[in-house]
Write a protein that binds this ligand. Sequence first.
Ligand SMILES: NC(=O)c1ccc[n+]([C@@H]2O[C@H](COP(=O)([O-])OP(=O)(O)OC[C@H]3O[C@@H](n4cnc5c(N)ncnc54)[C@H](OP(=O)(O)O)[C@@H]3O)[C@@H](O)[C@H]2O)c1
Length: 290
Amino acid sequence: MLKVLITGKDGQLAQCVKSISQQHPSLQFIFKSSSELDITNFKSIEAAFSLKQFDYCINCAAYTNVDKAESESALAHKINVTGAKNLAIACHKYNVTLIHVSTDFVFDGTATEPYSEDSATNPLGIYGKTKLEGETEIAKILNNHFIIRTSWLYSEFGNNFLKTMLKFGKEREQISVVSDQVGSPTYAVDLAHVILRLIESKSKSYGLYHYSNKGAISWYEFAGEIFKLSKSPIILNEIESKDYPTKAVRPKYSVLDTIKIENKEKLKILNWKISLETAITNVNRSTKYS
Ligand SMILES: NC(=O)c1ccc[n+]([C@@H]2O[C@H](COP(=O)([O-])OP(=O)(O)OC[C@H]3O[C@@H](n4cnc5c(N)ncnc54)[C@H](OP(=O)(O)O)[C@@H]3O)[C@@H](O)[C@H]2O)c1
């Protein structure tokens, strides 16, 4: 049985992994929260790694507040760079394969076609910069790693755009959403399935991959579909980023080319609309039984 350590237990992606873990009886999962395993503290990592012989580590721990990172750059660096580096060192020492998650925010958004793994990076903000540096550290230290860049994660778990829109759809009369940022919304449960499939297949095709659901839309279109599917009467207004200033500048276009992972792992990736329907069903189910 393969032993899989998951860091950042209480975060969105880790909860998605947990929600499907029973579908993978050949894997033994060990979930650790930030208080149980702080990735910025090498001693904390060493304690966990020396106790059990893990085969894989899925790093779901990260500093993910894109705007706050602009004023908390030291903390973002500590978690996204030092934390990633610490895990890579421990994985190297204990011969563990690391699956690390990164972001479309490593790109500046000036492209007009999907970004491949070879496309030039140029993060616009601290969050993207620290995530990119984390990737670089892992690749320097560890051969047996998978770095998966993904985009616009949402699910029935944690805080995310889908859950915010569903809430606003019930509470507000109208809302304005930007239409000049284009990307691919990705159901985090779909990503969790891909990660566990990589582990079960014992793939040795290490390296950098892009994964998102299929399709390219704006946040405005995404919100529109959420309101349509949830039958919300809310009025949706289209605005530009300049009318909705944020501390961190976001890429205008961050669509990822996913052909490499599709070919290497023989994946059939779902369109964002199909996955959104599943996610909304699951949100409704979890609210009904909570
Ligand atoms: N969300 C998105 O839209 C998106 C898009 C592209 C890529 N990604 C990437 O996808 C990954 C998963 O994102 P997510 O949405 O699941 O993030 P999330 O919900 O914010 O979860 C991050 C988790 O990391 C934990 N954490 C923070 N500092 C830690 C530390 N020092 N040691 C251990 N754990 C720590 C947090 O724990 P506490 O709550 O206890 O602090 C939290 O549970 C991240 O690498 C992120 O960069 C996310």
